[in-house]
Design a protein around this ligand. Structure first.
Ligand SMILES: [Zn+2]
Ligand SMILES: [Zn+2]
Ligand SMILES: [Zn+2]
Length: 139
């Protein structure tokens, strides 16, 4: 590769990143719409739709499917929840996720957590503002 080709590739990459950034909300909509409705009922149609969307950004899913053992137990709603709640937005992530804020790690494990009730940042086991214990459902 020479300098010109490297520059050209960088431009192409930045252009792709730019259009992804422009469409972030759009992408959320794609994921949530797909996982909420189509993933369980019509996965093949859902895949076509998401493939076409990704293609328009120049993203191609190359990874060949490996059978994930608990894939069948994962519902569209669960995938959407992981996408929205986990900090990595990766439904296949195998790390542990804080049940309160979705960050990697254990609740109360010392990371900066965010109370889902009053949105206070704290690093202990009980929210100092509203007294909520992390991971307990919103009243
Ligand atoms: Zn993760
Ligand atoms: Zn947390
Ligand atoms: Zn709180």
């Amino acid at each position: 590769m020479d300098d010109d080709e490297a520059r050209w590739r960088i431009l192409e990459a930045v252009s792709a990143i730019g259009s992804i950034k422009q469409s972030i909300e759009n992408l959320d909509g794609v994921v949530n719409g797909l996982t909420a409705n189509w993933y369980d009922d019509n996965p093949q149609l859902a895949w076509k739709h998401i493939r076409d969307t990704l293609n328009s950004f120049g993203i191609i899913i190359r990874k060949s499917p490996e059978r994930i053992t608990d894939l069948d137990e994962l519902s569209g709603a669960e995938i959407a929840w992981r996408y929205n709640f986990w900090e990595c937005s990766d439904p296949l992530c195998t790390k542990r996720h804080c049940r309160e804020c979705g960050k990697h790690g254990k609740y109360g494990g010392g990371h900066l957590c965010k109370c889902q009730e009053c949105l206070t940042d704290y690093d202990g086991l009980v929210c100092p503002k509203c007294g909520r214990e992390g991971g307990t459902p919103k009243a």
